[in-house]
Unconditional design. Structure first.
Lengths: 670, 99, 222
């Protein structure tokens, strides 16, 4: 089969999965919905592999292929088609997305069992994977925007999956509203580009952009900044980042898939895809890199004080995406995408492991209530450690190679980027610190009640199901989590998924060792051949120096974390008391939420209420509809009085009218 | 006689009937006055038939008589039904079809 | 001569009309209308319409008025109802106005178009033969339509005026009594004095119970 046929099939299977489960859900007993969904994504992954092989069999200069099924519109010079673009970048993305999604589906088959919304969950999850694949395979702006919007919708559906929880629905709404802000940016950016280039296809745009714009022209910078708004909303960068920690209200596999491995990386993909535009508008690229660096530090500092285990990992995601955005904005495309891949592995692994320990805690997520699970959950502990080491960037794990790849490139570019690079190392230190804070607090120290029970083989159950954030009572019916709690040690699908990811997180970095091999970079080369930085090479020596610094920083961070949280736990309490103001600032998330609430949310609500009272009730209700309504009513009351019901009056009316007509004709004929 | 006389008589009969319909309350009497109006029209028809010399007007008048007969039959049936149901046989009382 | 007859019948018709409107008792009103119809028939005769005059007397004054009399007898004259306040005065006024208008129309302006002489008299004008020919040739469709109208009106009147079952409780289910009778009573055998030998056991009662609830019969008692 042809290359593009494989690509279309990659898109087809998740869509079929969604529709089948959605329409046939009454006839899918037990876990069949889960297995069906997993099979659909696995088929998609197989076809992604087929696409990869087919692409590699082609000549490197002919590796950007488009294929369109039909065209929507040919009016006003707009050539909108249902078009996909198959090139190394999109194949890389579909491999990562479908591969990690298969493993997360496998994990969810066990994790979401006994939930009343089991089938709905898998339908939504397949829909999400379809949307993400559509986004990365899109060959023109129109389909990109469609995929972008679908992914936002899927995120909303899955965050507020347990829809009877008020916290979850509110979080879903918040995520969706911020996503819409990003959508507006994306669409406006597209329009700015279309106005000058006259086309919406990617390849045509990129070829014509040099003729149409000059470097740093205002329109191009504006378009790129608007695209960045879209990227930041989707990838949770400052100032559109506030939705990501709240999005942890969704089930843990959802957090793993959407908010760690795939959706939040859509912004990174966008910037990498639009690299010809960003390279022609360095101002926008610099803004991107700066904000990426700022978010990295912001998120890392907040993660230090979070007590909810999922939120720690969420902020960690935000921070790592900051790295990636820094990388692709600065020109390190291969490095940034390499980090995207390895991050997908170890972050999904961390979330899965977090799901396991939350299951052991019967739904509680707070680090304050966890401790000493090392003996009770050995496999989960191992996964956490592997993921944590990869995240911190310790050799020989995958994160070490990918993170320092980016930082080495930044240092090489020099100037402002060197400063960002140094901030990156500081961020790496903080990463190691908060990651191992989490691990040491959950697995070391005094074993809590749930851990000791589990060591004896009894899995804890909550008497009354509660919301992990607010503590209010719930039940186990549809719209709330099911009664089952699952840990990796007891469920084989969970173990299989986590094990695969652990192996990938360990060895995944070996594909791009400086001076030895550069598989990722060579594979992605045809996609970035027209880049200014295509021939920028970091020397092997500088790369290894960077790697060593990174490893050193990470080891120091882990050591300090060990001292504080395992060695002498009193230090943590005393530091918190001494730096109370700093702690306050960090635990309120730098007050960003409050500022946004004050500046945007409250005025919007006030304005809405004003419009309701004034415009809606008075103007529209009173004047526009009320006026004619009143007139018609009065008229009908008047007309009704003629119908008295008395026969003789009717007869009299007839006679009078007859006389009138006769009189008229009489007069008219004279 | 000149035809104008017949037409004048016909008009007067018609208007007497109309006045009766408006002024009386008993539905039986109203029906009778309705008959008067029809007869006035019949007389006019016959007069014009004589004027033009063809019998078309007379046939028209015959059919009018048929119609009058059917209408009387139905009207009287209504009055009988009213009386049977012990409703007041008075058009001023029977005024429920109002707006 | 014809003028005298005209005035006589015209005044008779008008008197009858006024009588219909003014008389209180609807019975007297019916009689007044009958008189009016006969005078109108006279006017028709003056207009050379023999057949229509005949039909007027036979059908209108004969059948329709008789029907009226029957209904008035059934319904009763009722108490004399006073006319409604306003229209008692205004009604005749409106009617008078209309009459004035019509007369002005005819006698004033429109009379120019009316030949006062009329058409020449053709032998057989107004006879049943001519009318019949017209009815069956030119005016066949109205003729048939009128017959259907009569049918509809007859059916409608029957439906309107019939008794409704169950509405007034006129009919109650007949009470049945199944009184057992001794064997052979009422039969020819009894009349003949014949008795079956040794047959003393009771037989099934042949009571005629029409529509009543079945009664359980007791043993014996025959």
């Amino acid at each position: 089969m042809a290359l593009t046929t494989f690509a279309w099939l990659v898109l087809l299977f998740p869509l079929l999965g969604t529709v089948t489960i959605a329409l046939g859900h009454p006839r899918l007993p037990g876990r069949s919905a889960g297995w069906l969904a997993t099979a659909a994504i696995f088929l998609s992954f197989l076809f992604s592999l087929a696409t990869l092989i087919s692409l590699l069999s082609r000549d490197p200069t002919h590796r950007q292929v488009t294929s369109s099924l039909w065209s929507y519109d040919f009016t006003a010079g707009l050539d909108a088609r249902m078009q996909i673009l198959v090139d190394p970048l999109s194949v890389f993305m579909i491999l990562v997305v479908s591969g990690v999604s298969t493993l997360i589906h496998l994990y969810s088959v066990s994790y979401m069992w006994q939930d009343q919304g089991y089938r709905r969950y898998f339908s939504y999850l397949n829909y999400f994977v379809f949307s993400m694949l559509l986004l990365v395979l899109a060959g023109n702006f129109i389909l990109l925007i469609v995929g972008w919007a679908f992914v936002g919708a899927a995120s909303y559906l899955l965050i507020s999956f347990w829809y009877r929880r008020t916290t979850a629905t509110r979080a879903g709404l918040k995520a969706f509203v911020i996503n819409v802000v990003g959508d507006v940016g994306l669409v406006l950016g597209t329009f700015f580009l279309f106005r000058h280039t006259g086309t919406v296809g990617f390849l045509k745009t990129f070829h014509s952009v040099h003729h149409v714009f000059h470097t740093n022209s205002t329109d191009l910078v504006a378009a790129c900044l608007l695209l960045l708004v879209g990227a930041f909303a989707k990838s949770a960068q400052f100032p559109l980042h506030t939705w990501l920690p709240d999005a942890m209200e969704g089930p843990t596999p959802v957090s793993a898939l959407i908010h760690a491995a795939t959706m939040v990386t859509a912004g990174v993909y966008l910037i990498a895809r639009m690299h010809p535009l960003f390279e022609l508008a360095p101002t926008a690229a610099d803004v991107g890199a700066a904000i990426g660096g700022f978010t990295m530090v912001l998120a890392a500092t907040i993660a230090l004080v979070m007590t909810d285990i999922k939120r720690v990992i969420a902020y960690s995601t935000m921070s790592q995406i900051g790295y990636m955005i820094m990388g692709v904005s600065a020109g390190a495309y291969a490095a940034g995408l390499f980090h995207l891949m390895t991050h997908a592995f170890f972050k999904a692994l961390l979330f899965m492991a977090a799901g396991s320990i939350i299951g052991a805690m019967a739904g509680a997520q707070s680090l304050d209530r966890m401790g000493g699970f090392r003996k009770a959950l050995p496999f989960t502990f191992a996964c956490f450690v592997i993921g944590g080491l990869a995240l911190s960037g310790l050799p020989p794990f995958s994160g070490w190679f990918s993170k320092d790849d980016i930082l080495a490139f930044l240092d090489h570019r020099g100037g402002g980027f060197l400063a960002l690079g140094i901030i990156g190392y500081a961020g790496a230190f903080l990463t190691a610190l908060y990651t191992f804070r989490m691990i040491f607090r959950a697995f070391f120290g005094h074993a809590v009640y749930e851990a000791t029970e589990l060591e004896q083989g009894h899995l804890a159950h909550a008497d009354v199901p509660r919301n992990p954030l607010t503590g209010e009572e719930e039940d186990n019916d549809v719209g709330f989590p099911g009664p089952g709690h699952f840990i990796a040690e007891r469920e084989f699908p969970m173990k299989l998924a986590m094990g695969t990811l652990a192996v990938l997180a360990t060895v995944g970095g070996l594909v791009q060792i400086p001076g030895v091999d550069s598989a990722v970079e060579r594979f992605l080369e045809p996609a970035f051949a027209d880049s200014r930085f295509a021939h920028t090479q970091v020397s092997t020596g500088a790369a290894w120096v960077g790697l060593l610094i990174g490893a050193l920083v990470a080891v120091v961070g882990i050591a300090i974390a060990y001292r504080i949280w395992v060695g002498s736990p009193g230090i943590a309490v005393r530091a918190r008391e001494r730096l109370a103001a700093v702690y306050q600032f960090l635990s309120h998330r730098w007050y960003v939420d409050d500022v946004i609430d004050l500046l945007i949310v409250r005025p919007a609500l006030w304005f809405g209420r004003l419009v309701d009272f004034v415009l809606e009730r008075v103007v529209i209700g009173g004047v526009v509809t009320g006026g004619p309504l009143g007139v018609v009513r009065a008229g009908s009351v008047a007309v009704r009085r003629v119908q008295t019901g008395y026969l003789r009056y009717y007869a009299a009316a007839m006679v009078i009218c007859m006389s009138g007509i006769a009189a008229y004709f009489l007069v008219a004929s004279t | 006689m000149a035809i104008g006389w017949y037409l004048a008589v016909s008009a007067i009969i018609f208007c007497i009937g109309a006045g009766g319909v408006m002024a009386r309350r008993n539905p039986l009497t109203i029906l009778l006055c309705l008959e008067l109006m029809l007869n006035g029209a019949n007389l006019a028809l016959m007069a014009f038939a004589r004027m033009w010399g063809g019998e078309d007007g007379q046939v028209f008048a015959l059919i009018v008589m048929v119609v009058a007969a059917s209408e009387v039959v139905v009207g009287l049936g209504l009055i009988v039904a009213l009386y049977r149901r012990r409703l007041p046989v008075d058009v001023d009382e029977l005024s429920e079809l109002h707006g | 001569m014809s003028q005298v007859l005209f005035f006589l019948t015209a005044i008779g018709a008008l008197t009858g009309a006024v009588g219909v409107v003014m008389l209180r008792n609807p019975f007297y009103g019916v009689l007044s209308l009958a008189f009016h119809l006969v005078c109108l028939a006279g006017l028709f005769l003056l207009l050379r319409a023999e057949f229509v005059a005949f039909v007027q007397v036979v059908v209108y004054a004969g059948a329709v008025m008789v029907l009226y009399v029957f209904v008035v007898a059934y319904v009763g004259g009722g108490q004399s109802l006073p006319s409604g306040a306003v229209l008692r005065v205004l009604g005749p006024l409106f009617a008078a106005g209309l009459a004035a208008e019509l007369c002005i129309a005819m006698l004033g302006s429109a009379l120019q178009g009316i030949h006062s002489r009329g058409a020449p008299f053709i032998q057989g004008f107004g006879t049943p033969a001519h009318i019949g020919k017209l009815l069956l040739t030119t005016y066949l469709f109205p003729f048939e339509a009128a017959s259907i109208l009569l049918l509809v009106a007859a059916v409608g009147a029957v439906v309107l005026a019939r008794r409704r079952r169950g509405l007034e409780g006129d009919e109650s289910p007949p009470i049945t009594v199944s009184a057992p009778r001794p064997a052979y009573t009422g039969t020819m055998a009894e009349a003949a004095g014949v008795r079956p030998a040794g047959h003393e056991e009771p037989m099934e009662p042949e009571g005629e119970s029409v529509g009543g609830p079945p009664r359980t019969t007791t043993q014996g008692g025959w």
